[in-house]
Design a binder for this molecule. Structure first.
Ligand SMILES: [Zn+2]
Length: 255
């Protein structure tokens, strides 16, 4: 069995581990990234599940389900109003590093569990928003789509112009299934992936948490970038540290 390697940034930093990760990225034919909350914390967005995060202030089962939205949309919009406040966040150097890798043909695409749109804002083009987006809103009655700009102009909660029904953000609530089209795009992206870059996710939320296992079982390799690694048993290389710091180091060797 091949030896798994691990580093801790700012302690004993074996430079060659970054070189190895860079070499793996260069060798791979199709690298895909799986990202989560940890890539956006340096942009000032608290991990929803962490201390000070959205779900520490609002019970996810009371505010984060389709059932809750359908029975009391105004109540759910009190939680959503605080989400609107964080959309002014800016991408960090890690997001930009990912975009640079795509630009250089070293990264095919990103599957993100984040709803903040920061990968796209950072320049990434091929992004699957696995849990939806907070930038668009839909009327569940007529299906009309509304932009964030429209919602910002509204007195909350925002209503559909035609139906006067309260709009739902296009995010996947806890009791909702991942939309079929999103799953199809994800599987298309993963079909020929031979390297998965897992960054800023503790891989706890199904079904996204199954993606590293899918790649591993198909013979693909994994590079993990996390402050607190969780995939030691699967990862070829573990780069332990902040997303932006690690990406900067990595991109330096590639771009
Ligand atoms: Zn409508």
């Amino acid at each position: 069995m091949q030896k798994k390697e691990k580093i801790k940034l700012n302690t004993h930093m074996p430079e060659d581990l970054f070189d190895k990760a860079a070499a793996l990225l260069k060798q791979s034919h199709n690298t895909v990234a799986l990202t989560g909350a940890g890539v956006s914390t340096e942009s000032g967005i608290a991990d929803f599940r962490g201390k000070g995060g959205l779900w520490s202030r609002y019970d996810p089962y009371e505010y984060g389900t389709m059932g809750a939205f359908l029975s009391d949309p105004e109540k759910v919009w009190r939680m959503l109003a605080s989400l609107l406040k964080i959309v002014k966040a800016e991408p960090n150097t890690g997001h930009k590093g990912m975009a640079a890798l795509e630009e250089k043909g070293l990264l095919t695409g990103i599957i993100t569990q984040n709803i903040d749109g920061l990968h796209q804002k950072g320049g990434s083009r091929n992004v699957v928003e696995f849990h939806g987006s907070q930038d668009t809103f839909s009327c569940l009655s007529c299906g009309e789509s509304y932009s964030l700009a429209y919602v910002r102009e509204c007195l909350l909660p925002p209503h559909c112009i035609a139906c006067n029904v309260i709009l739902k953000p296009d995010i996947v609530f806890f009791d909702e299934r991942i939309p079929h089209m999103v799953l199809a795009r994800t599987q298309h992206m993963l079909a020929s992936a031979d390297l998965l870059l897992v960054a800023g996710t503790s891989c706890q939320v199904e079904p996204a948490s199954r993606i590293p296992y899918q790649i591993h079982n198909n013979g693909g390799k994994i590079i993990e970038i996390n402050k607190e690694p969780v995939l030691n048993h699967l990862a070829e290389i573990t780069l332990e540290g902040n997303f932006s710091t690690v990406l900067e180091e990595l991109v330096e060797r590639l771009v």
